[in-house]
Design a protein around this ligand. Structure first.
Ligand code: PA5
Length: 397
C-alpha cells in the first residue's frame, strides 16, 4: 500500500486559490498526455512479448551464470534501481547481473573484461536509438571479449539486442548476424520504458515479472494524486523552490533516486525552467547536506520516501530499530519544516515488487504532468544532443 501526505508539512506554503487554479487544468493536461505520440507506456504490454521475455530469461538461466546489461540513462536505470532494492547487501544469491555502459572508465572496463574472462556470460545490450556512444563502445569491447573465447555460432547465442525496429547500428547488428532481438516500441522513450523488454528482460531473471506488470498498471489508480503532486511541485517552484531533494533512509534505495533524478531531470529540465532533482540518504547526509537544508539558501523542498515495515528485525533498547529509523525521519521532516523547507511524504508499507512498480508509474505520470504544467513537451531531451555533438567534433566523426 502507498500513502501520500502532501498536507502536513507542505500546505502552509501553498495558496489554496493558486492550487485550485492549477488543479483545474487536470482534464486538459490528461488530454494532452493521451494525445501525445509517446504514450505507449500507458498501454498494456502484449502477451507475446512477455512470453518471449520469460522464455529468453529461462534460457539465460539454464545456459549461463551471468548477464551483462549494457545501456545508459532511461534504457537501464529502471531495472538497475529495481534490482538494487531487492538485492542483499552482503550475501546476494540472485542471478548475477552486471550493469555496464554508463562509463568510459578504463579502470572499470579493464577490470570488468578481466572478471568476465572466467565467467560464462551473455550480453543484453539495450538502446532505443541503437547508436548511443557509451553503449556501443561497451558493446564492442564485450563482443571482442566473446570473440576471444567463442565461435561465431556460440557468440550468436550470447548476444541479445533490445532496440528500435528498423534503424541504428544495433538493428544492423541484428540483421547482419541474426542475433536475438526485442523491439522497443516507437511510442515509448527510454525513461518511460520500464514495462518493455528493456527492463523486463533483466528483471525476469530474478523476479516474477507478472507481479511487476500488475503493480505497474495498478499505479494507474494514482492518477489524481500524481497530478496533485505535480501541481504542488509547480507551486513550490513559483516560490523559488527550484530544487527537489528526494530523501530515503535505505542505502539500497539510492539507485531508485538516481532513476528519479533521470526521470524528472530529462523530462522537465528544459527552456530555462524545471526543478533540479537531488537526493540524500538519511541519516548519513544529515551530517553533510543536512546543514544546508536546515539553514542555508531556501531553494529546496523535500520528498521523503518512507517504508513502514522492514523485513529485517533488530531490537534496540526494547524498540524495533526500523521504527527508530522512521521516528528519526519524522523528526527530520519536522525540523526541516521549521527551517522553512516544505516536506512531502510518500509512504509504502514495505518494499515489494508490486508497490515499487506502482510507485514507478506514479512518478512517471507526475513527471509528465509536471512538464505539461511548465508548458514543456515531456518526452524529448534535446539538451543531451549538445554534448554528443561536441564529442563527435572532438573525435572527428
Ligand atoms: O530517457 C531517455 O530517453 C534517455 O535517457 C535515453 O534512455 C538515453 O539517452 C539512452 O538512449 P538510447 O536508449 O537511445 O541508447
Amino acid at each position: 500500500m502507498i500513502k501520500f501526505d502532501f498536507k502536513t508539512y507542505v500546505r502552509p506554503f501553498i495558496n489554496q486559490q493558486q492550487f485550485d487554479y492549477l488543479y483545474n487544468k487536470k482534464k486538459e493536461i490528461i488530454e494532452l498526455l493521451n494525445k501525445s505520440d509517446n504514450i505507449g507506456w500507458t498501454r498494456t504490454i502484449d502477451e507475446k512479448t512477455v512470453k518471449d521475455i520469460k522464455e529468453t530469461a529461462k534460457a539465460i538461466k539454464k545456459n549461463y551464470d551471468c548477464l551483462v546489461v549494457v545501456g545508459i540513462g532511461g534504457s537501464f536505470l529502471g531495472s538497475y534501481a529495481f534490482h538494487h532494492l531487492f538485492q542483499s547487501y552482503f550475501n546476494d544469491k540472485s542471478f548475477e547481473i552486471i550493469y555496464a555502459g554508463t562509463t568510459l572508465s578504463s579502470k572499470y572496463l579493464d577490470e570488468l573484461l578481466n572478471y568476465l574472462q572466467k565467467k560464462n556470460f551473455c550480453i543484453n545490450v539495450i538502446s532505443k536509438s541503437g547508436s548511443t556512444m557509451e553503449t556501443i563502445i561497451t558493446y564492442k569491447l564485450l563482443k571482442d571479449a566473446l570473440k576471444r573465447k567463442y565461435s561465431e555460432e556460440e557468440i550468436r547465442r550470447r548476444i541479445i539486442i533490445s532496440t528500435n525496429k528498423e534503424k541504428g547500428f544495433l538493428r544492423e547488428e541484428v540483421t547482419n548476424n541474426h542475433y536475438k532481438s526485442f523491439e522497443l516500441p516507437d511510442d515509448i522513450g527510454g525513461r518511460y520504458s520500464f514495462i518493455t523488454a528493456a527492463h523486463l528482460l533483466p528483471l525476469s531473471l530474478n523476479y516474477n515479472i507478472d507481479e511487476i506488470i500488475d503493480g505497474y498498471y495498478d499505479g494507474k489508480k494514482l492518477i489524481d494524486i500524481a497530478f496533485e503532486y505535480a501541481v504542488i511541485r509547480r507551486l513550490l517552484f513559483n516560490q523559488q523552490k527550484a530544487v527537489e531533494n528526494f530523501c530515503i533512509c535505505e542505502e539500497n534505495m539510492s539507485p531508485f533516486t538516481e532513476w528519479l533524478k533521470q526521470l524528472f531531470g530529462e523530462t522537465e529540465g528544459k527552456k530555462g525552467v524545471g526543478i533540479l532533482p537531488i537526493s540524500t540518504v538519511y541519516t548519513r547526509d544529515l551530517h553533510s547536506l543536512g546543514q544546508f537544508i536546515q539553514e542555508g539558501n531556501k531553494i529546496i523542498f523535500e520528498t521523503f520516501i518512507k517504508v513502514t515495515n522492514s523485513n529485517n528485525f533488530i531490537e534496540y533498547n526494547k524498540e524495533e530499530l526500523h521504527k527508530i529509523n522512521n521516528l528519526v525521519l519524522d523528526s527530520v521532516m519536522h525540523a526541516h519544516f521549521k527551517g522553512k523547507v516544505p516536506c512531502l511524504e510518500i509512504e509504502i508499507t514495505e518494499i515489494d515488487t508490486e508497490s515499487i512498480s506502482s510507485l514507478i508509474y506514479f512518478f512517471m505520470l507526475s513527471a509528465a504532468f509536471s512538464a505539461y504544467l511548465f508548458g514543456l513537451y515531456p518526452f524529448d531531451q534535446p539538451g543531451v544532443e549538445v554534448y554528443k555533438e561536441e564529442v563527435r567534433k572532438a573525435l572527428n566523426q
